[in-house]
Every structure is written in structure tokens, then in C-alpha cells.
Design a protein around this ligand. Structure first.
Ligand SMILES: Nc1ncnc2c1ncn2[C@@H]1O[C@H](COP(=O)(O)OP(=O)(O)OP(=O)(O)O)[C@@H](O)[C@H]1O
Ligand SMILES: [Mg+2]
Length: 260
């Protein structure tokens, strides 16, 4: 799990409450309308969701990460964070899910988690969601928030489609996807939107969606991701996004309670 988080923006103040243009009552109604699901804790643990495992040292790392992220968002009046990496399998989806659940432990924080790795979505498998609620239909303007998102507890909304699709980059940069994201902000007034994306290198999906996000967290896999790949990724993203920081995932701890 992540041990090192370097955030590039100084963030001296934090205040969690962000309410959009709507009344709180209307926002609450939209949240209440989402189908509530329960987490399968055993499965989630197997998939490395550690938010509910106090014995896991990685849990503390995610709590530190959530607070740093929140501070940066608050200082800059941002809400939408993309999670990406230079290349495959560095742990983006695991980081995105853990960060979302850690944020949702703060009751004043409304959190939305979106799996926009449309080619190979993984979050439904991590969470054990077997409902057919394809995120692409929402981005195409063919499905409502209510029929797309499920809710964990009171304040975490998740859209995690079950199957991969082709032509994801075209959809991610479409006007319908932009409208869907605006609708999401308008109706759910999230404090934070976490967007799980594919790797930067190898497709144009990330570049396609960046206009819809405020800032980006890069996930590097310890022993996997080279500095050259990180630099290449930074160059690719330069001028396209605010780089929030780099999370070094899959570090190995040297203590007796297991390691990541
Ligand atoms: N900190 C960690 N320690 C050990 N294994 C991990 C860690 N984080 C993720 N993994 C494992 O690495 C694999 C890839 O993780 P994950 O699916 O989150 O990567 P990803 O970057 O989202 O992949 P993709 O690029 O395919 O979207 C999974 O088997 C996951 O359980
Ligand atoms: Mg993934």
C-alpha cells in the first residue's frame, strides 16, 4: 500500500463543506434516491480495501492521503481528482477505492467514485458489485444518475460498470460525457469526485478526459515504474492538468504484521 505521498501544492487550510447552487434538502433527496448497497467486507479485504481493517498499516497511509488531498482541493476550490499512472497495474483502482472509502469516513464529505477505465473496469470486481449499471450509458446521456450510481452509507456514490468497451477515448471526450459530469456536480454536489482512469501511456483516454477534471494523482508501482516513465508521463500531462502528487504504491514494509 502507499507509503509515500508527495503533494506538489501547499495546502494550509481545510474546510470540507462545499454545497453547490442547490438547497441542501434537494441534494439530500438526490443522495437518498440512490440504491444503497452493503460492502462485502471479506471480498473487499481480499481485493485490498483496507479502510475497514485497522490492523493494516496501509489504512493510516490512506487517511494521510485523504487529508492531504482534501486540503489541496479546498485551497484551490477543486473537486475532481483523476487517478492515473504511467503504465498498467500499478494499483490505481486499489488506490482510488481506498481513497474514496477513507474520504467517506468523514461524514461531512460527499464522495463520488467513478470507474472510467472504460476499457478494463475493475472497481465493480473489487467491490463485488454484480449489477449491470454501465457507466458508459451515463456518459452517453442514456442513463440517469439514479440508475447508474449506488450508494455506500450516506455519503459515497459509486459508478462502476461491469464490462469493458471499445472506443472509450471517443466517449470520454464527447460533449455528452461533459454534460454528464456537469449534471453529477449539479445534482450530488460532491465534495470530492475520484475518477479511476487507465494509464497515461498507451492510449489517449486520459488526455481525452482531462478537461473534465481539476487535478491528477499519479500512482507509481514500487519496483515497477521507472523514473523515465514518470518523467514521460509528466511531460505528457504538462499543461493539461494540475499534478497533485505521486503516490508510491506496493512499497514493502519491514514490520511483523505483513507488508505491502
Ligand atoms: N499495495 C499493493 N500491494 C500489493 N498488491 C497490490 C497493491 N495495490 C494493488 N495491488 C494488486 O495489483 C494488481 C493491480 O492493481 P489495480 O487493479 O489496482 O491496478 P491498476 O493500476 O488499476 O491496473 P490497470 O492499469 O489494469 O487499471 C491487483 O492484483 C491488486 O490487488
Ligand atoms: Mg485499474
Amino acid at each position: 500500500m502507499p507509503t509515500k505521498v508527495k503533494l506538489l501544492q501547499p495546502a494550509p487550510h481545510a474546510s470540507l463543506e462545499v454545497v453547490g447552487q442547490q438547497s441542501v434538502v434537494l441534494v439530500d433527496e438526490h443522495w437518498a434516491g440512490l440504491e444503497r448497497v452493503e460492502l462485502d467486507l471479506d471480498r473487499a479485504r481480499q481485493a485490498r480495501l483496507v479502510t475497514f481493517a485497522p490492523e493494516e498499516p496501509a489504512q493510516a497511509s490512506f487517511d494521510v492521503l485523504r487529508t492531504k488531498v482534501l486540503r489541496c482541493l479546498n485551497v484551490n476550490s477543486w473537486t475532481t481528482v483523476a487517478i492515473t499512472s504511467p503504465e498498467r497495474e500499478s494499483g490505481k483502482s486499489v488506490v482510488a477505492v481506498n481513497l474514496a472509502f477513507s474520504l467517506a469516513n468523514l461524514q461531512s464529505c460527499r464522495v463520488v467514485l467513478l470507474d472510467l477505465n472504460l476499457r478494463q473496469p475493475q472497481i465493480s470486481s473489487i467491490l463485488g458489485l454484480d449489477m449491470a449499471r454501465p457507466t458508459e450509458s451515463f456518459l452517453q446521456g442514456r442513463a440517469s444518475i439514479k440508475s447508474t450510481f449506488v450508494r455506500y452509507g450516506e455519503n459515497l456514490a459509486v459508478s462502476a460498470g461491469p464490462h469493458g468497451i471499445n472506443y472509450s477515448a471517443e466517449l470520454l471526450q464527447s460533449q455528452s460525457a461533459r454534460s454528464a459530469m456537469m449534471q453529477l456536480h449539479d445534482k450530488l454536489c460532491p465534495t470530492v469526485v475520484i475518477v479511476d482512469l487507465p494509464p497515461v501511456l498507451g492510449s489517449d483516454d486520459v488526455l481525452a478526459f482531462l478537461p473534465n477534471i481539476d487535478c491528477t494523482l499519479l500512482v507509481a508501482g514500487a519496483g515497477m515504474t521507472t523514473m523515465a516513465k514518470i518523467r514521460c508521463c509528466e511531460q505528457e500531462l504538462a499543461g493539461e492538468t494540475n499534478l497533485l502528487g505521486i503516490v508510491l504504491n506496493k512499497c514493502r514494509y519491514g514490520h511483523g504484521r505483513g507488508y505491502y
